[in-house]
Design a protein. Structure first.
Lengths: 382, 200
């Protein structure tokens, strides 16, 4: 697949170049772009378009930049990849699952999947027995669940591709060793749907939307776009899934769904482990319907230190000038210190997850989320 | 920035949203097209594509072979090349509603039926109507009657396919993925019918 164009160290390379004094103009543009987001209430479509335009503009700037003189297409490309990752990591809390509708959609899908998990079997999607390979499926599920562990759109997308690659390998192996006739999408999609249901990947809706809006457009094409579309398609199938979608009696389907609901209630099961996080995130980021609500955090915290926040120009007297000036100096000092601290933090290498490059071999090397270990490797041999 | 006139290639490539990941910017001589395959499950959609991809030029060449996405480049006599990016779709009835996600933005749709199955021919007609309603208006459509090698079991007369295709402004061909009959012709014919970006 085509997603592996960047080498593992490119993000560090990008950060290194950004530390070079010669890149000061670029750093300024990037910072002012990131800051500009705080001037408007979040609007996913707009935000997505602004990011895409910004990446295009920056690509031109980087191509013409002294630091990239004589750079190959690949080097330019990895600079833009680094830029996308940097900016989207900074803007993540604003852009990911940002609206209450997104949080609701995530929760509904997750709940529906957790009900389906109680009774859905591969036969209900007419998945042939030769493709029912628990080991492969488990590997694919793990890849899919990792999507939520990354912030950068490219890395999220890589997890989806890894999942699809595992399924493809399963189909190809079945074709070679079991004489199963390759049936392309007729086989691929049902397996992907089943794997998605088994995995119940956290915040599925929001992750797909985020990739769609914020992955560099020229990278979401061709094979990558195909597999991404398949997961979008699997999600859509699950959302609309009813008795008619399955090889299952309608009455039996209703009864099974009901029984699953009862079972969940009785066990007091939270529909999904992801939900707690979803709820917190939504709580933190819920911008509310109006601008005023968007700023409510500022209003309630530390307002007493800045008595002129609600003041109008006409209400001020000459005597206020001294207080205003001292407050102004205070704010500027704090802001400057904050900026320095944020910059130091963001430029620190330890913060970024290590992305293992995808190999072209039969098994993908999945990217490892920061601070997590997985036991996927234990199951590789199967 | 501010130098778009000196960099026409870069900007035109991006506008089309087609900038190849391998740096091969498409132009009038090297097209890249999205082709979507539609048709009932079991009509041999994937077999047609596998035959096309594996049988072209050098059979030992390593092409991207996924199970459902394949790409293949063909060279035409006028020294242009066309890279087909072939999107397979699941043909089972229960996935029919998902098809628009796949044919959105496709330059070519190949609608396949099985000449031994009138049902699959009906389904093909359903897809053609769908595409006419919801597909891109300048999409190139081909109607393909597959399994032509099974002529003793034929249930859809050649003439029915010809007539239906003609009525709907489609290219028609009968193929056999099994014997490779007409497979390359199908894709070459499609390549010829593609609208060319106007070259200066």
């Amino acid at each position: 697949m085509d997603a592996s164009s960047s080498q593992p160290l490119t993000f560090y390379d990008f950060l290194d170049r950004m530390r070079n004094p010669a890149s000061l103009d670029l750093v300024r543009s990037i910072k002012s772009f990131i800051v500009s987001f705080s001037f408007y209430a979040p609007n996913p479509e707009n935000d997505g378009k602004r990011l895409q335009d910004f990446l295009v503009t920056m690509e031109d700037a980087i191509r013409d930049h002294p630091l990239w003189v004589g750079a190959t297409e690949e080097e330019i490309d990895s600079a833009i990849e680094g830029l996308e990752k940097y900016v989207m990591t900074k803007l993540f809390s604003r852009t990911f699952a940002a609206s209450p509708e997104d949080a609701k959609a995530d929760q509904e899908i997750s709940e529906k999947i957790s009900l389906l998990q109680n009774f859905l079997r591969p036969e209900h999607l007419d998945i042939p027995a030769v493709l029912q390979n628990e080991a492969s499926w488990l590997l694919a599920e793990k890849e899919l669940q990792k999507v939520n562990a990354f912030k950068a759109p490219r890395e999220k997308l890589l997890c989806i591709l890894n999942c699809c690659r595992v399924i493809n390998n399963l189909l190809l192996n079945a074709a070679m060793s079991e004489n199963h006739i390759l049936a392309g999408a007729d086989d691929f999609l049902p397996v992907l749907i089943y794997v998605t249901i088994k995995a119940n990947p956290p915040q599925l809706h929001s992750n797909l939307k985020f990739i769609q809006l914020y992955r560099r457009q020229e990278k979401l094409v061709s094979e990558v776009a195909y597999y991404f579309t398949n997961l979008v398609s699997a999600k859509s199938f699950i959302v609309d899934l009813d008795a008619k979608s399955l090889s299952m009696d309608a009455v039996e389907f209703q009864e099974s769904m009901e029984a699953a609901r009862e079972a969940h209630k009785a066990a007091g099961v939270k529909p999904s482990p992801a939900l707690d996080r979803t709820a917190t995130l939504a709580g933190q980021m819920d911008p509310g319907p109006s601008r005023k609500m968007w700023f409510r955090e500022t209003d309630t915290r530390g307002l007493s230190n800045y008595p002129f926040m609600e003041a109008k120009a006409g209400e001020l007297t000459v005597g206020d000038v001294e207080t205003l000036l001292s407050l102004y100096k205070d704010v500027v000092t704090k802001y400057t210190n904050l900026c320095r601290a944020v910059k130091r933090l963001s430029m620190s290498k330890t913060e970024t997850p290590v992305l293992v490059p995808l190999s072209e071999g039969t098994h993908a090397s999945p990217p490892q989320p920061e601070g997590r270990t997985t036991n996927v490797n234990d199951k590789r041999g199967e | 920035m501010g130098c778009s006139s000196s960099l026409p290639d870069r900007n035109s490539g991006r506008l089309g949203g087609l900038n190849a990941e391998n740096g091969g910017a498409p132009d009038a001589k090297n097209l890249r097209v999205k082709l979507v395959l539609l048709g009932d499950s079991g009509v041999g959609k994937s077999c047609i594509v596998l035959r096309f991809v594996r049988g072209q030029f050098d059979p030992t060449s390593k092409v991207t072979v996924g199970a459902s996405f394949l790409s293949q480049t063909i060279a035409l006599q006028d020294s242009t090349t066309v890279k087909f990016e072939i999107w397979d779709t699941a043909g089972q009835e229960r996935y029919a509603a998902l098809a628009p996600l796949y044919y959105r933005g496709a330059a070519v749709a190949v609608v396949v039926y099985d000449i031994t199955s009138p049902e699959s021919f009906n389904k093909a007609q359903y897809w053609v109507k769908e595409l006419q309603k919801h597909g891109s208006p300048d999409i190139v459509m081909a109607l393909v009657g597959n399994k032509a090698d099974l002529h003793e079991n034929r249930e859809v007369p050649v003439q029915d396919g010809i007539d239906y295709a003609e009525k709907n402004g489609m290219f028609f061909i009968e193929t056999s993925a099994k014997t490779a009959d007409n497979i390359n012709q199908l894709f070459e014919e499609i390549a010829k019918r593609l609208p060319r970006p106007s070259s200066s």
